[in-house]
Design a protein around this ligand. Structure first.
Ligand SMILES: CC(C)(COP(=O)(O)OP(=O)(O)OC[C@H]1O[C@@H](n2cnc3c(N)ncnc32)[C@H](O)[C@@H]1OP(=O)(O)O)[C@@H](O)C(=O)NCCC(=O)NCCS
Length: 424
């Protein structure tokens, strides 16, 4: 970024319209005054920045923007403060002049200042963020399932009651949020399960703007009850379609969360048995070990598509690893490269196990060498050390002996795949 042309500024709610104008320009998405007002209420303006043109001494024109949320992010065996970077956009007329690079540098400095050792994001395009040290920490799978596809039976799931209602935020948001929160806590919580941290985020979650809806119906909810108590929910929308008098409608599930396997099974069965619907698309960010893959009698019929869900950047290495527990005891020296944050680069001794983890400076010879983005890939318990080694992205000092690789894999791997239910 040429500093005589642009300057970094904090952006307040008084500039919500200008901010959203840049988002619209960069994403080419429709918007409305109502959406701007909602964003004015929902964004965390104390964490919102932009690049504006330098035009004399007065305020310039905003041409690039970014904001973030502060999350208490579940990680294997614990939680860590984290920044969720979002709504990043550069006006197309100003692209490839280093404005994103400047916003990221500012974001990483803000994370360090605020004591947030980790930054996470969902990317519009996969190639954008690795250059800034982000690793693909959560993988996802997406399914398109023929309606009435067979599921193996799960005895007891027929006793789960499922109610279908309009997704009215005033009426249902407490119930939905309570289930989402419960699902994100305790030993069954998936690392990466991002909570809704503000009422604005909850409001966004029930968002059903006509300009984004297309031909689909208004947003609906399926609510599951186990022994009379709320035990799960699914947001969904059907789009009717008729071809030569035959119904070939589609249903999109936006999110499906349940507190136990029976409730999840009952919700999936209900979603796969909607009249006039020919195919059902799963939530975009289904975890790669989601139970639906084991329940489908014919998983091939669902055309699984693998992809990236969340990218994670380790900002403060020792603080991030102190927050996380390891699945097996380990004592290894890692040589880490980091192009952007010098304090992370160099040799670190990783010691720990299920009760305690520490990463401390050392002069000892390294067992393994890797870049910060590969450590980010492993941080939430996903990824595979073996796969990264086979790809030449983690190297062992003793190339003839993979024991150090196997020890790091056993330590980092979490028994449940990391997962994201909600876009942020
Ligand atoms: C993606 C976007 C933010 C990039 O902004 P930008 O100001 O043009 O980026 P910069 O000029 O700072 O580029 C920094 C580096 O990233 C690379 N880069 C930028 N956008 C990229 C993309 N979409 N794919 C691959 N590389 C990209 C640049 O080539 C540059 O690489 P270099 O440092 O090796 O030369 C901007 O094009 C945009 O707003 N796109 C549409 C909305 C969007 O995708 N937002 C991101 C949401 S996650």
């Amino acid at each position: 970024m040429n500093e005589s042309d642009y300057r970094l500024v904090e952006v307040g709610p008084d500039r919500a319209e200008e901010y959203w104008g840049i988002v619209q320009w960069s994403f080419g998405a429709p918007s409305s005054p109502a959406e701007v007002e909602r964003r004015r209420r929902s964004l965390d303006w104390s964490r919102t920045v932009g690049c504006e043109t330098c035009a004399g001494t007065g305020p310039g024109r905003l041409v690039a923007v970014s904001t973030s949320w502060r999350f208490d992010l579940p990680v294997p065996g614990g939680r860590t403060p984290a920044a969720g970077l979002t709504w990043v956009g550069v006006h197309p007329e100003r692209r490839r002049q280093g404005l994103l690079r400047a916003l990221i540098a500012r974001h990483l400095a803000d994370c360090a200042r605020r004591g947030e050792p980790v930054s996470v994001l969902t990317a519009a395009e996969a190639p954008i963020y690795p250059r800034f040290g982000y690793g693909q920490a959560i993988d996802r799978v997406e399914l398109t399932i023929p309606s009435r596809a067979g599921l193996i039976s799960l005895p007891g799931s027929e006793r789960i009651a499922v109610e279908l209602v309009d997704a009215e935020a005033e009426r249902w948001s407490d119930q939905v949020e309570s289930i989402h929160q419960q699902a994100g806590q305790g030993p069954w919580a998936r690392p990466g399960w991002v909570p809704c941290v503000t009422s604005g985020m909850v409001e966004e979650h029930f968002e059903d703007l006509p300009e984004h809806r297309g031909q689909a119906e208004t947003l609906k909810l399926a609510l599951a009850y186990r022994e009379g108590r709320p035990s799960g929910y699914a947001f969904f929308q059907r789009t009717p379609k008729w071809v030569h008098g035959r119904a070939v409608g589609a249903a999109q599930i936006n999110e499906l969360v349940a507190l136990d396997p029976l409730s999840a099974h009952a919700l999936w069965e209900r979603m796969l048995d909607l009249d006039l619907v020919e195919q059902v698309t799963s939530p975009l960010h289904l975890p790669v070990d989601d139970p639906i893959l084991d329940w489908l009698v014919d998983p091939r019929c669902a055309q699984p598509r693998w992809g990236d869900a969340v990218w994670l950047r380790l900002v403060d290495l020792p603080a991030a690893w102190a927050a996380r527990r390891l699945s097996a005891p380990v004592d290894l020296v890692l040589e880490v490269t980091d192009q952007l944050i010098e304090a992370n680069a160099g040799r670190w001794r990783l010691v720990g196990g299920p009760d305690r983890t520490s990463l401390t400076r050392t002069d000892q010879a390294p067992d393994l060498s890797l870049d910060i983005k590969e450590l980010g890939r492993l941080y939430l318990g996903g990824g595979s050390v073996g796969a990264l080694a086979q790809a030449g992205l983690i190297t062992a000092s003793d190339r003839s002996d993979p024991a150090a690789l196997a020890r790091l894999d056993a330590a980092c791997h979490h028994w449940l795949a990391p997962g994201l239910t909600r876009l942020f």
